[in-house]
Design a protein around this ligand. Structure first.
Ligand code: ADP
Ligand code: MG
Ligand code: MG
Length: 933
């Protein structure tokens, strides 16, 4: 008989059928619950239904595999045995929670239902057993509230208008009851109040949903399980997966677990904590708790939670009771467990616990989300504590998190003299300003119009996710550091303040008040998410970062591991100096034409224009001679700033007509200086017009039709270098020819370069001036004929912007009309101008690298397109054996990290695949030997 497929995994007592490594099958929650059982922690017994059931359910028209029911029954029997209670029993009823758990954590995205198994009969049994009617009624009304919303309404696909859903309607009944009884908090309602409320709830459920609330515990259980599977395809889960890039077919697991109760009175409690502070990375136990409450209360921000210990108290929470002083023995136990867990997992964990009448239970643990600064600090600290290796340190900080450290903060000097209007908890780092909006949909709409907005809400929930994404920052009036808004913002590294209790919102009329100030929709706000302070008006921002010693220490570790060099694209001595501070090891792209734009460009630009409007070679040479000193001094300054490192100078690239003046007065001046009439000048300017300038007379084509242009630039480079050599410096120029498509082009330019080299050597009495001559590879033809081009070129640099433009046939200047739509409709999975398209541009790069090195094995190959600072593209460049990447100064640190991670990933993958072949070989051997028998 064939063995049944296993769908259900038990955990409880001293052992579990699962373990931490089984996340794909059991979901993060199920796998970690099993792991905690295995290491001997107090976890209420339960079982996990695997993600394969979810996948099968959706494949099979929402039907379960037939083995499932029996496996669930068997597992439930085990749970009942372990807990000494029976589900649905009328003497000693067991209650269950039904919890969702995907492979990657999706905070608040999926549904969890507590207190399953309660009805009018089982509750009486539970009252007799616990002698605590208030707690039992409270649990019962919670079940009805959650279940009717999640199972009967959402999972069933029932749609009500905003505020008309069953949960809101029951919420209203609760409020009415509280008002009638003059109760401040939920906990002020008596047992009798709650009992009455339950009947009101049931009537309301029937009225709103047209069906009675199910009394049968088994019906409740299966309803809840199905609802979790349904929620996987719910709107908010799908939208979260889109943003996080989680595939739809991973599926969710369902963990069914015995309930323990934090709402049994003042010796009971529930809480959420982190083994280190997730906002700063500081190494102390950090968390929040609530006495006499069930888990949802902490996260939902229904009551403001208390700090878990004394060290975690801030000026806002100093007056609140800590668990450490309130229940010292239990706290001590919890503290020990969190230390143990961190050692076991070797990472910062996020844990959930409940205390039932003085007894501690662990309900969840997972690797905790953290912002960039915290990720960096924790990784370095754990390295010092010898908890993790150098490679792990590097893998612990994501490139995007590093980017956060480079993100703006409010100018500290201005901030010092500005009065904050409100204070809240610092939930997401850095500073941000924007205009206030009060709904997620407004945030999305305003952002679409290019406006910067700050989303202001009482609290956020998963339905707000798109709006939170679109906003510069998030501000909530309620909730703690573990509230939904805080969790999501921290995950994204977005500026966020939660629990700013002094602001009072009015959604209908779109404003909030704080004290006697009113802030209307569209008013500017600035938030300091690291301090929790809110300011009126738009304050100036400052970049943070580069002198942060931890940032530098971390990048030094990356440098020890990476093989790719990291250069920068810089056109001025100032940019070059900044990039050096970020760790750039040279310049991969210096655009000569840059000196004709921006500040101090007037004089050189005028001379360039003279050259462009020259008609004869003599005229042109005269103009070039005037231009020469400008080019030379720019080159010299840059080489000096990068002393000891290579600098790649690209000869002039853009179509000349880009520099033709449009203003009449400028044209007149130019005509006078050239000694021609304005008419003649206009004629010459018109003749430069092209239909497709990007594919027209530009790049090397200019250097071939006007060799004197190349000659002037190259002479400037060599003379500047020679002078620096004489000054005892170590300049190293690399001359790069743009838009090459044929080897003859570069041969042509090479001759000029050689000739000028000789002349300058002679002039300065030098034997040679160290340099390289190479080309950009930015036209498919050049990539495909790289072997021939490398006969002359000593280096290649991929211009992936143009290469992408040419490979796709998309004009970079005209993609606005269609590319957003392409991405929305998933015609293209990703913007190819952001991340290298491996199927086309990547292939061309690989062909070119191999081709070039077949002719010239020591060919230096780099990249200087925008992609050079994008982590996935950097990884690819490492894979195909490039020598360096070059990117904008602010992306240099990200490229250094991505290059180091690429090495570590490569080693890991190599180990994995060698393991696979070993096990394969072994199985082959086994088969043979068993045949012999
Ligand atoms: P999420 O994935 O949103 O964190 P959980 O499944 O962790 O959802 O459930 C939310 C909260 O419900 C938990 O933090 C916990 O406090 C409470 N909870 C879940 N299962 C149980 C249980 N068996 N006993 C008591 N409380 C529970
Ligand atoms: Mg949880
Ligand atoms: Mg180009």
């Amino acid at each position: 008989m064939s063995k049944q497929k296993k769908y259900v995994y038990y955990f409880g007592g001293k052992k579990a059928e699962g373990k931490a490594e089984m996340k794909a099958l059991l979901g993060g929650k199920g796998a970690n619950l099993a792991e905690m059982v295995n290491i001997g922690l107090p976890v209420p017994a339960g079982f996990t239904i695997s993600t394969e059931v979810c996948t099968a359910y959706y494949k099979n028209n929402k039907k379960y595999p037939k083995e499932l029911e029996k496996q669930v029954k068997d597992a439930l029997l085990n749970v009942e045995k372990q807990m000494g209670a029976k589900f649905g029993d009328l003497q000693n009823p067991l209650l269950l929670s039904v919890r969702s758990g995907a492979r990657a954590s999706m905070p608040g995205m999926m549904e969890t239902i507590l207190n399953v198994g309660l009805n009018n009969k089982t509750r009486e049994a539970l009252i007799t057993k616990t002698k605590n009617p208030r707690f039992v009624y409270d649990s019962h009304r919670r079940l009805i509230q959650m279940y009717s919303d999640v199972v009967m309404e959402k999972a069933a696909g029932v749609e009500h208008g905003e505020g008309k859903g069953v949960r809101q309607q029951l919420e209203n009944e609760l409020h009415k009851m509280k008002e009638a009884r003059r109760a401040h908090a939920d906990t002020d309602l008596t047992a009798d109040d709650l009992k009455e409320l339950i009947e009101i709830y049931k009537a309301k459920v029937k009225e709103v949903l047209g069906k009675p609330f199910p009394e049968d515990p088994m019906e409740q259980l299966w309803g809840a399980v199905s609802a979790v599977f349904q929620s996987w395809m719910g709107k908010r889960a799908i939208s979260y997966r889109r943003i996080e890039g989680i595939p739809d077919d991973w599926g969710t697991a369902v963990s069914v677990q015995s309930m323990v109760f934090g709402n049994m009175g003042d010796t009971s409690a529930t809480g959420v904590a982190f083994t280190r502070n997730p906002a700063t990375g500081e190494n102390y136990f950090y968390g929040e708790w609530l006495p006499n409450a069930q888990g949802e209360d902490v996260v939902a921000g229904i009551r403001t939670p208390n700090p878990i210990n004394e060290v975690g108290k801030s000026e806002h929470t100093a007056h609140l009771p800590s668990l450490e002083t309130g229940m010292p023995a239990t706290y001590k136990k919890l503290h020990g467990i969190q230390r143990l867990l961190e050692k076991h997992y070797r990472d910062m964990l996020d844990i959930e616990f409940t205390i039932q009448d003085g007894t501690l239970y662990m309900l969840q643990c997972r690797v905790g989300k953290r912002n960039g600064p915290a990720a960096l600090k924790m990784a370095l600290d754990m390295y010092k504590e010898k908890l993790i290796t150098r490679e792990e340190v590097i893998m612990r900080v994501q490139p995007a998190q590093l980017d956060e450290l480079l993100h703006p903060i409010i100018d500290p000097v201005v901030e010092l003299t500005t009065k904050a209007v409100a204070k809240g908890l610092p939930a997401g780092p850095g500073g941000a300003s924007g205009q206030a909006v009060f709904s997620a949909s407004d945030a999305v709409a305003w952002a679409k119009q290019g406006k910067k907005v700050i989303l202001v809400r009482d609290e956020t929930n998963p339905e707000d996710i798109e709006g939170m994404r679109a906003a510069q920052a998030i501000l909530t009036a309620r909730g703690g550091m573990t509230s939904h808004a805080a969790l999501v913002a921290r995950g994204w590294g977005k500026c966020c303040i939660v629990g700013a209790g002094s602001i009072k919102l009015n959604y209908d009329e779109k404003y909030f008040t704080v004290g006697n100030v009113t802030v209307k929709e569209g008013d500017w706000l600035t938030l300091n998410g690291s301090k929790g302070t809110v300011y009126l008006s738009e304050l100036p921002m400052k970049k943070a970062a580069e002198d942060n010693p931890e940032f530098q220490a971390f990048l030094k570790l990356c440098d020890q591991v990476r093989k790719l060099k990291v250069r920068t694209n810089a056109d001025t001595p100032e940019d070059a100096a900044r990039a050096r501070a970020f760790g750039a090891e040279g310049i991969g792209l210096f655009r000569t034409e840059h000196m004709f734009y921006g500040i101090n460009s007037e004089e050189p630009l005028f001379k360039l224009r003279k050259m462009i409007h020259s008609n004869t070679e003599a005229e042109r040479i005269a103009a070039l001679t005037e231009l020469f000193p400008h080019v030379k001094s720019d080159v010299k300054g840059t080489l000096a700033a990068m002393d000891g490192f290579p600098v790649t100078f690209r000869t002039i690239d853009p179509p000349l007509h880009e520099f033709v003046p449009t203003r009449v007065d400028e044209r007149e001046k130019l005509a006078v200086s050239l000694g021609i009439s304005l008419d003649e000048l206009n004629k010459r300017a018109d003749s430069l017009h092209e239909n497709n300038p990007m594919m027209g007379h530009r790049g090397v084509r200019l250097g071939i039709t006007y060799p004197e242009i190349t000659e002037m630039q190259v002479r400037a480079i060599f003379e500047a270098t020679a002078e620096l050599l004489k000054e005892g410096k170590k300049p190293f120029p690399e001359i790069m020819i743009p838009v090459t498509c044929h080897e003859n082009e570069i041969k042509h330019q090479y001759e000029i370069i050689t000739k000028v080299h000789e002349e300058v050597c002679k002039k300065f009495g030098l034997k040679k001036i160290p340099h390289l001559t190479g080309t950009m590879i930015e036209i498919p033809r050049a990539a495909l004929t790289a072997d021939k081009i490398a006969e002359v070129a000593q280096f290649f640099s991929f211009g992936t912007n143009d290469l992408t433009q040419m490979a796709f046939g998309f004009s970079r200047d005209d993609i606005g009309g269609f590319l957003p739509e392409y991405l929305d409709q998933k015609i293209l999975p990703e913007d190819p101008f952001q991340s290298i398209d491996l199927d086309s541009v990547g292939k061309l790069m690989e062909i070119a690298t191999l081709g070039g090195r077949s002719t010239r094995p020591d060919l230096k190959v780099g990249i200087c397109g925008e992609h050079g600072g994008e982590p996935k593209s950097v990884e690819f460049c490492h894979k195909i054996g490039l020598n360096y990447v070059s990117c904008s100064p602010y992306r240099v640190p990200i490229a250094r990290l991505a290059a180091a991670q690429a090495v570590i990933k490569e080693i890991k993958n190599a180990k994995l695949s060698s393991k696979k072949t070993v096990t394969k070989k072994r199985t082959v051997v086994k088969k043979k030997s068993s045949k012999k028998k």
